[in-house]
Write a protein that binds this ligand. Structure first.
Ligand code: AHR
Length: 661
């Protein structure tokens, strides 16, 4: 039986929060009431609101969406042939070493020297197992390519094979005709069987010395034909992002300046790109380069948002009198993305396969940088960019002091309780300052490998973002990807290995918000029975750590109701008149709720409900059970503009309702 009692009320008019506590009676059968002013639309919702942030972290590029199968393909990782192994049989012997005596090109200094003896009485096998195994498929074809040269006495040929863990040959071919100068050879390999952990094996058939470089195995089938792994890119497309922030946060900065990101090193022929030590502790081939990110954005139908280094690493700062080249790099990046084909950088973009401009409109100056050194460097970028590209939107890392900014990027990583307690954070935010881009946010504590509890914390916070879409115009979860074999950060929205992929529950929260967008906020009022408030004390996500009272008392000097179980945002799709209601129930009990659509005469009977829930807030997805926590959609009959609906315990629910017009 439902309890009756006093009601705590949270009003969410457009932009401003009014918080009061009062005692009113509600119907005996309901735990809560949501009143929506359907005829009083509030602020417009930015069409850019929900986007994604791609960082090269956790092997999200190499060993991830950039589907190079060979690890350390250009032997640039170190002075040792990391990730390459020599195996021998019989009395054959092999020696391998990194050699830079005659590089493939001036930017690709290192290659592999391989000396074979005893080939008439055994075999030498050079083996690469890729990024925790090469996943190859029976119905696919792979392009093997390799630069090679030989020393005197080596006549070849080289056998190239894909092998299963048990040694079964899945595909093979032969390369011959080596000379003393570098040549690039290619082979198409079509595996006889699917295998998630295959290896590449190169076996010279004769004695002698051979040099190898740029040993690559890439699938021919890529997403939209633009070189990316289809299942991972498909997961991004599933989010329907309005923008893509790239190529990262800390990755852009680098621990030291010599490891900071320079887009010019990442374009054109992959043999000329400069691999770089990544702050997340691996070498990046730059196979996913600046041009490829722009192409990805175009293919996703998303606005590109490029983060450029402001002349600051985690440990160093470029002196002001040496900042010219850094600012020039920003101007050149814009010209590369947008300039006419007659321009220097626009011409290079055309030669790299994309004559039409990419229409870059957003540039973030630095990542998580601050202080006086940031302010003076930001001003340099601002002056140079706005003078040449006045419409370019510049995003700053902190409120700027010397020059304006179009947006300020805010980052939040914390517990589920923090996000729940800050669901009203933007309701009372200073509207006089710049608008906000929540560039990174995620529950990172008490969330396992990414569980429902974390996802609901984020969802509660996101209702606050959506209600305040006049202020917060863009938002992106972080980080986006992780190879499960190399998680440097936990959790991550999309987890994968060589062969499989799944979204954590937060993925579905992002997807549900993005797929169900209104264009105008509808003011909504939530009333919750005190009994349900009390219940929230005893269980659920906020157990024992709700701090909202202190937080908001400081600002308003009113007693703010704490331990709220229910959060909501309402909006309208102007074109169709559809009313969208997003609710987050963080409590351990279902909430029977009266929904009151004020200003609506009648509803079309058929309504849609999309629900993300699971019995235990600690529930997660995995490669083995990718849809354990996933949304379920059904239609139901709403009936009248005032109807009752039950929001399950631990749930995000989206209702799509159609007013009769
Ligand atoms: O998202 C992971 C990291 O968190 C980003 O690189 C950085 O911007 C933030 O500190």
């Amino acid at each position: 039986m439902k309890k009756r009692g006093s009601i705590f009320r949270m009003a969410y008019p457009a932009g401003i929060l009014l918080a009061v506590s009062c005692a009113i009676e509600t119907a005996a059968s309901t735990d809560a009431r949501i009143s929506i002013q359907a005829d009083q639309p509030g602020t417009k919702i930015s069409p850019l609101l929900w986007g994604i942030f791609f960082e090269d972290i956790n092997h999200s590029a190499d060993g991830g969406i950039y589907p190079e199968q060979v690890r350390n393909r250009s032997f640039e990782d170190s002075d040792q042939p990391d990730h390459w192994a020599l195996e021998t049989t019989g009395s054959a012997a092999g020696e391998m070493a990194i050699d830079s005596s005659k590089p493939l090109n001036p930017l690709n200094r290192r290659g592999l020297r391989l000396k074979i003896t005893g080939a008439d009485a055994g075999k030498v096998r050079l083996v690469n197992r890729g990024y925790w195994g090469m996943a190859v498929s029976k119905n696919s074809s792979y392009r093997f390519s390799m630069a090679a040269r030989c020393g005197e006495g080596f006549t070849g040929p080289l056998n190239v094979a894909l092998e299963s863990q048990s040694g079964q040959t899945l595909a093979e071919g032969t390369i011959g005709g080596l000379r003393e100068s570098w040549q690039t050879f290619t082979l198409d390999l079509a595996p006889l069987a699917t295998n998630p952990r295959a290896a590449l094996v190169i076996s010279p058939q004769k004695n002698g010395t051979v040099w190898l470089d740029m040993v690559s195995l890439l699938p021919k089938n890529t997403w939209k034909g633009h070189g990316l792994r289809p299942d991972l890119a498909g997961m991004l497309a599933g989010l329907k992002p309005s923008f893509v922030r790239f190529p990262g946060g800390c990755w852009v900065e680098g621990d030291e300046l010599k490891y900071s990101y320079h887009w010019k090193d990442t374009i054109g022929d992959i043999a000329h790109r400069q691999p770089l030590w990544n702050i997340w502790q691996y070498h990046a081939t730059q196979g996913l380069g600046f041009h490829d990110y722009l192409q990805l954005c175009e293919d996703l139908g998303a606005e590109p948002l490029f983060v450029i280094n402001v002349g600051m690493s985690h440990r160093e700062v470029v002196p002001m009198d040496q900042m010219g080249q850094w600012v020039q790099d920003a101007l050149d990046a814009i010209e590369y993305a947008n300039g006419p084909v007659q321009s220097v950088w626009g011409g290079l973009r055309a030669r790299n396969g994309h004559p039409a401009p990419f229409n870059l409109k957003y540039l973030e100056i630095g990542n998580e940088n601050s202080g006086p050194v940031y302010q003076e460097r930001y001003a340099l970028f601002y002056d140079a960019i706005k003078a040449r590209y006045p419409t370019m939107k510049l995003i700053a890392d902190v409120p700027t002091e010397k020059r304006p900014s179009d947006l300020v990027d805010e980052h939040y990583y914390s517990s589920p309780e923090f996000f729940i307690n800050h669901a009203e954070h933007y309701d009372t935010y200073d509207r006089q300052g710049p608008r906000v881009y929540v560039g990174e946010y995620a529950v990172t504590q008490n969330c396992g490998q990414g569980n429902l509890r974390g996802a609901l914390g984020e969802a509660a916070f996101m209702t606050g973002i959506e209600r305040n879409a006049d202020l917060v115009v863009m938002a992106s979860y972080a980080p986006l990807f992780a190879n499960v074999n190399y998680k440097k950060w936990n959790p991550d929205l999309i987890d994968f290995d060589s062969a499989g992929v799944y979204g954590i529950p937060s993925y579905y929260v992002q997807k549900m918000f993005s797929e169900n967008r209104g264009d105008v906020v509808l003011p909504a009022d939530i009333e919750i029975s005190s009994a349900e408030h009390e219940d929230a004390h005893h269980g659920g996500i906020g157990l024992g750590t709700w701090e909202i009272q202190a937080e908001f008392k400081l600002i308003h000097d009113v007693t703010y109701p704490s331990r709220k179980p229910l959060f909501a945002a309402a909006s309208r799709v102007s074109g169709t008149g559809e009313i969208l209601l997003k609710t987050v129930n963080v409590s351990p009990s279902p909430l029977q709720t009266e929904i009151d659509l004020r200003g609506v005469q009648s509803l079309q009977p058929a309504a849609t409900e999309i629900v993300l829930t699971s019995p235990d807030p600690a529930d997660e997805n995995s490669l083995a059970a990718p849809n354990h926590v996933a949304p379920v959609q059904r239609t139901f009959t709403a009936g009248a503009p005032r109807f009752e609906h039950t929001f399950p315990a631990y749930s995000l629910t989206i209702l799509r309702l159609r007013a009769e017009r």
